[in-house]
Ligand binder design. Sequence first.
Ligand code: FAD
Length: 383
Amino acid sequence: MDFSWNEEQLEFKKRTIKFAQNELCSNVLNADKTSQFSTKDWKKCVAYGIQKMASIKPYGGAADKIDLLSATLAMEAMGYGCKDNGLPFALNAQMWTVQMPIVQFGSKLQKEKYLNGMATGKLIGCHGLTEENAGSDVFSMQTTATKVEGGYILNGKKCYITLGPIADIAVIFASTNPKVGKWGITGFIVEKGMKGFSQSSNKEKMGMRTVPFGDLMFDDCFVPDENLLGKEGAGWAITSHTLEYDRCCILASQLGAMERQLEESIAFVKKRKQFGKSIGEFQSVSNRIADMKLRLETSRLLLYQVAWLKNQDKPAMMEAALLKLQLSESFVTSSLDAMRNNGGRAYLSENEIERNLRDAVGSILYAGTSDIQRNIIANLLGL
Ligand SMILES: Cc1cc2nc3c(=O)[nH]c(=O)nc-3n(C[C@H](O)[C@H](O)[C@H](O)COP(=O)(O)OP(=O)(O)OC[C@H]3O[C@@H](n4cnc5c(N)ncnc54)[C@H](O)[C@@H]3O)c2cc1C
């Protein structure tokens, strides 16, 4: 295992941090307050080349194969440089749960039509798996796809979908054969404007408010055969595959955010004086800083390990679950520690400290809750 980065990758990381700091940090406070998605910032990311990192040649990508290590590093840099945790989260959601499954399982026509569009910012994609009654137990989904001549008729509803309200396309999963449970789950690509497909408006939420979030509804929605993703019944395999990448890359930005948070916390506890000395000299405070550092570095090792394994197309089910559990829980705990260290000022939104805590909580829920990650780990340990 070799986690050393080459000069080119380190240079790219530095450049990406600069790009994010200079281009993506204006108006974050207000955008969070008003739950505003910035199409302009999304397009800046396209121009910089973020979305195309999850595509391949000749469909808008730079190479025949996705360089997952460089992409992970770039997303870490985005999380560090961009104070809005929502934007990197939304980018990751599209890149790893929409672009990636199309790269891996899409037909030539689908790649031409959708990958180019997402890499160049003409299309925004979302991923619809969860339903009201099928969250952790997602393969008990009730959305159905009935075969008819030339395609399928979809009925059902998907919930809590990142980018759902504004997406131009959605990779969604439905049952083509409810009798066989997860073996009857099939993937489809649905386009905005298809008859019977509708999207809710943005739903107000606790954190990552700059990312639209909502439901996708299917009411006798006809989807042509050419929009079947992979084979009929391959939905479970596609999803399991996608989730490993998702758990790796979606959290890379959070690692960057945790590093930024730690640096800001250190600077503050050095500067802030109480009882005639810097509060960082009090062991209760410095212990919290030490714990934040430990969480950051253990998360970093797990992240790089998963990226390294997936970059070589190796399975990483256990490692991805360990990473998802560790990094998401760490960001929540460290965000709370940052609040404790900053005292009352942390409670005021204007100081941009409490937002991390609100943003962090989503990560212990999406892509499999922490309980589900523990279940995966325990199962793989034979329990
Ligand atoms: C910010 C955010 C973004 C999201 N984006 C998307 C998206 O883009 N696309 C999408 O499809 N979904 C998305 N989701 C939905 C997310 O994947 C689900 O919320 C998640 O899988 C949990 O499902 P649930 O909400 O139905 O909770 P439930 O499954 O009802 O879980 C409730 C509680 O029960 C526990 N629980 C359930 N089953 C078990 C078990 N077997 N063992 C132990 N504990 C268990 C859970 O851990 C949790 O504590 C998003 C969610 C959030 C918060």
